[in-house]
Design a protein around this ligand. Structure first.
Ligand code: NDP
Length: 254
């Protein structure tokens, strides 16, 4: 990366949901390195959140922690107002928090469907809606939502997750048109990434998926963070409403 782009987010405030671990942690650290102050959301893992906070501090950036359930409207509203109080208006949002569960259709319940939809879809809708008016008033905002290649191919063992991640893409596409020209909003759709969620599919399936991946390996959280930060930056200034796949070539668009 060129020296010119190293401090892309100097003076900016970024809200990252699910920032305590995995892809969210890598995004927080990458944004901090580029000069952003970080409002770090997570739900229960205080220890992981504090570890990420220390990594952000090591980059010389400010960070405040906001434990809150992204599926809870009041909690999200309170979190966004508290983040603004602590750090200033939110310029950048990464709607990253998510949950995944392998479940054959025979075992699916409505409660499972609701929970997966609540965290992955409501948990994208709520933070976006809580920050968009301020961004539009200030005339500038950038948002990236985490979808998945599960949105683009059949997932017989993850029907609810695939539906939620597909809806995230459709949501972002429509928001891009609705919030233009002040806000750019895009999605990233990762393939298998080396996080607790990625590893939860089990060693055997990880191996099978790697064999089905042209680049022949699992992705690193930092590789997704790089793409997220590119889309947030001025370097992607003519890109909105898009979904970018990063899956080692396992799924290709269009
Ligand atoms: P991890 O399971 O490693 O981390 C999940 C993060 O989300 C944690 O910070 C967790 O907080 C937070 N979180 C979970 N539920 C909530 C909630 N209700 N409210 C607030 N925060 C919550 O996930 P990844 O880093 O792997 O995934 C990040 C995103 O990328 C997700 O949207 C996922 O669906 C997507 N993705 C991941 C892929 C992969 O292979 N890893 C592939 C494709 C997409 P806490 O630490 O407190 O539990």
């Amino acid at each position: 990366m060129s020296a010119m782009s190293e401090r892309d987010f100097e003076g900016r405030v970024a809200l990252v949901t699910g920032g305590s671990r995995g892809i969210g942690r890598a995004v927080c650290v990458r944004l901090a390195r580029a000069g952003a102050a970080i409002a770090l959301n997570y739900i229960t893992n205080h220890e992981a959140a504090r570890e990420t906070q220390a990594l952000i501090a090591a980059e010389g950036a400010r960070c405040a922690l906001f434990p809150a359930d992204v599926a809870n409207p009041e909690a999200v509203e309170t979190m966004v107002r508290a983040a603004e109080q602590a750090l200033g208006p939110v310029d950048l949002l990464v709607a990253n928090a998510g949950i995944f569960e392998i479940l054959p259709h025979e075992a699916m319940t409505f409660a499972h469907w609701r929970r997966i939809m609540a965290v992955n879809l409501d948990g994208t809708y709520l933070p976006v809606m809580a920050v968009k008016d301020g961004m539009i008033q200030r005339g500038d905002g950038r948002i990236v939502c985490l979808s998945s290649i599960a949105a683009l191919r059949a997932r017989d063992q993850a029907i609810a997750y695939a539906a939620a991640k597909g809806a995230v893409i459709a949501f972002a596409r429509s928001c891009a048109e609705a919030f233009a020209p002040q806000i750019r909003i895009n999605c990233v759709a990762p393939g298998l990434i080396d996080t607790e969620m990625g590893r939860a599919v089990g060693d055997k399936l990880v191996q099978t998926l790697i064999e089905a991946t042209p680049l022949q390996r699992i992705g690193r959280p930092g590789e997704i963070a790089e793409l997220v930060c590119f889309l947030l930056s001025d370097r992607a200034s003519y890109t909105t409403g898009q979904t970018i796949v990063a899956s080692g070539g396992r799924v290709t668009l269009p």
